[in-house]
Design a protein around this ligand. Structure first.
Ligand SMILES: [Mn+2]
Length: 302
């Protein structure tokens, strides 16, 4: 197994609810590094990317709130993620709001382009994150990460690391979705990504779906990235998220998804986003997330 490099991205500029910038601390406090080292993994925590808080920034464009700071910090994350992959390590990015994906995927795409690899993305989320500055009702960039990675939206977001799009839509899957804006639906349909909403998960089961997605991607791409928004999990189990939506993944569905990915042995990078300790019950959401990351990197029940 590769060496894991942890990058904290204490970002809350992409969201309205405050507190998600404390996500990296909460996940570290939950014992992430120790849990991974217990799996005999080599783990280096590379600390946090520096991000200015809302208190010292201005909104220059209400359709793309805090765009400048998000672009500059995402670029800093992208450079570190690319370097990690160039060193043959596994970058594990912990957020922070889900705009973290814009930077991490930019870094991965840059690595893939220079090494002639095709990139596939598994995006697990209650939302589609398929908005653009033209469609978003809020102007919150955490709802634009998937679309930006696939080339839709403002040039400042799509053009990070000078690669656009970062991945081809046919090499991407969205799993767990249950709250989609009208315009997001149009964007999703125009791109043609694979979508497995909670409806399909209820009917087919998460095991069949993740197995199918991995088999499909394994045949088409050389690098599989997991972007996991913790709000995909049902809020009864993971209450510490900014935009909870009822009817999500159960505790075991979440872990099984991760365990099947681990068994496939073909994951090359991941990020986990949207843990909000202020809205949490103790630190239980971060604790679950820490164990879920371990499941994704080889933790087994026995
Ligand atoms: Mn999301």
């Amino acid at each position: 197994m590769k060496t894991i490099e942890i990058f904290g991205f204490p970002m809350d500029l992409g969201a309205s609810r405050r507190g998600v910038d404390m996500g990296p601390s909460a996940i570290r406090l939950a014992g992430l590094q120790k849990q991974l080292e217990d799996l005999d993994l080599k783990v280096f925590d590379r600390g946090d990317i520096t991000i200015n808080p809302k208190e010292v920034l201005n909104i220059s464009n209400p359709k793309l709130k805090y765009l400048e700071e998000i672009v500059s910090s995402s670029t800093n994350l992208a450079v570190k993620v690319e370097e990690s992959l160039n060193n043959n390590n596994f970058p594990l990015c912990i957020g922070g709001d889900h705009s973290i994906a814009i930077g991490s995927i930019a870094g991965i795409a840059s690595h893939c382009k220079k090494h002639n690899k095709k990139l596939g993305i598994i995006w697990v989320d209650a939302h589609a994150d398929m908005n653009t500055d033209l469609s978003s009702p809020s102007g919150n960039i955490h709802g634009m990460g998937f679309s930006a990675s696939l080339g839709l939206g403002n040039n400042a977001l799509t053009g990070i690391m000078n690669i656009n799009p970062k991945a081809e839509p046919q090499n991407c899957a969205l799993i767990g979705v249950r709250s989609i804006d009208t315009h997001e639906r149009e964007n999703m349909n125009s791109l043609g990504i694979q979508v497995y909403s909670m409806h399909e998960i209820d009917k087919l089961g998460i095991f069949a779906i993740i197995t199918k997605v991995i088999e499909d991607l394994k045949n088409k791409v050389d690098h599989i990235h997991l972007s996991f928004d913790v709000d995909a999990i049902d809020p009864k189990i993971a209450p510490g998220v900014g935009t909870p939506v009822i009817g999500g993944l159960s505790y075991r569905e979440s872990h099984l998804l991760m365990e099947v990915i681990a068994e496939s042995g073909c994951l090359s990078s991941m990020e986990i986003a949207e843990v909000n300790p202020i809205l949490d019950n103790g630190n239980r959401t971060a604790e679950m997330v820490s164990t879920m990351i371990a499941s994704c990197l080889g933790l087994k029940i026995y």
